[in-house]
Ligand binder design. Structure first.
Ligand code: RB5
Length: 148
């Protein structure tokens, strides 16, 4: 699987650790930055990663900020992106099994390296179950174009 990864200044310390974990599992990881600890705005990096995922069929994304909240809010603005903020391995397993999430969001200030490793193991080893979840995911996808 090909992944695109991005962060902000509050997620950059764990970014290379996360990249290495995915690479050890045999995935290709393209780092879209940032590449230093200067303050940046998380929506800019959410945009880079989500556009890359949408432009490259069959790829997924990883986004890291302090809490993971800003990244997940930004990512879910993109039609076709199902971003899951995971602070534990159960959420990561369900994000794949039930929601077919295509972007994993992490919070560096919330989850330490040990927890992040468990989250990534769960994310990587659980697959979308289909069945009754398929129609629900299709309904999420249709919400992408909802306007009031
Ligand atoms: C940056 O200070 C912080 O607000 C950001 O990383 C993230 O936690 C926002 O949701």
């Amino acid at each position: 699987m090909k992944y695109f990864i991005g962060a902000d200044h509050a997620g950059i310390k764990i970014k290379s650790f996360v990249k290495e974990l995915f690479e050890k599992k045999g995935h290709e990881v393209i780092d879209l930055g940032p590449f230093n600890e200067d303050r940046v705005d998380y929506p800019d990096f959410a945009q880079k990663v989500c556009e890359s995922v949408l432009e490259n069929e069959g790829t997924k994304g990883i986004l890291i900020c302090g809490t993971g909240l800003g990244m997940s809010m930004s990512a879910n603005k993109f039609d076709g992106i199902r971003a899951a903020l995971c602070h534990n391995e159960y959420s990561a397993a369900m994000a794949r099994e039930h929601n077919d999430a295509n972007v994993l969001c992490l919070g560096e200030r919330v989850s330490g390296q040990g927890t992040v490793e468990y989250i990534i193991d769960a994310w990587d080893s659980h697959k979308f179950q289909g069945g009754r979840h398929t129609g629900r995911v299709e309904k999420i996808n249709k919400l992408g174009s909802c306007r009031v």
